[in-house]
Design a protein around this ligand. Sequence first.
Ligand code: 3HC
Length: 293
Amino acid sequence: MARELTEVGVVGLGTMGAGISEVLARAGLSVTAVDVDDEATARGRAHIEQSTERALTRGKLESAERDEILGRIRYSTSLEDLAAAELVIEAVPERLELKTEIFGKLDAICPPDTILATNTSSLSVTELSVATARPSRVIGMHFFNPAPVMKLVEVVRTVVTEPSVVEDVEALAARLGKVDVTIGDRAGFIANALLFGYLNHAVSMFEARYASREDIDAAMRLGCGLPMGPLALMDLIGIDTAYEILDTMYKQSRNRLHAPAPIIKQMMTAGLLGRKTGRGFYSYAQRDSAEIV
Ligand code: 3HC
């Protein structure tokens, strides 16, 4: 019988962490959301308020319901506040040293039966697990952007993850209204391993000026029925996140498909990170407008 988790923590309140916190709170769980400073927690809070406001204006949420959801999320700048969490989901940037450090700290703070999950997109869950004294209670729980909308959660088990932990996390995914798929610990898991070669290829096509960004995106939307084109999707994912994922997969597989197209690094250096900074392949000065950079 799966354990019904009620007290959860989220570490990192960027696009994914904020989205995950919202999903958890919407399902009635009590969430402690932690980031490094007040500015970061305020950004996360604003993201969640905006997302639930959008649901309110679309008639998908009642005002009282929205207040309840927002009331279930407590913000903090201290990992110590996760001492009572039954599950912690880490969603900090894709850097192994940073994640390893956080897992070490969480291991010292949380009770031994707390499940430590990572939302990593491409790093090794096994490597993170051995930064703790409880590798069998470490698991991958990979959400997709935007987390409140996308139905999938990839549950990543390592060779030592306890079956009961997989069961608890799968049961939670179902309570969140998600569909889970389970996979072993390979770079990119299922979806990113298949998606990012395609995204990278689209960026190379744009970089070589074979076609305009609008035409590349239109081809995949209108010709292949995808909800958004690859360059718009890169902007949604975040150029920095996309770079980290490609770089990690390339280092692991040496598959040329994943060697990040040079323009991705250049955009990252120039701060063109996509929607979150207002500019990427497109400009978002006016919401969702598509101006040439
Ligand atoms: N937060 C919350 N809700 C959002 C949202 C957001 N950021 N963006 C859209 N929504 C909701 C809207 O409120 C709307 O809800 P409703 O149907 O209940 O009214 C619904 O989503 C549809 O939104 P819109 O009508 O505004 O726009 P679209 O129909 O174009 O949908 C989209 C937007 C859902 C983003 C759609 O374009 C899409 O599915 N795009 C592909 C996204 C994708 O591929 N994500 C995976 C990326 S890879 C990844 O995340 C892995 C990671 O490791 C990098």
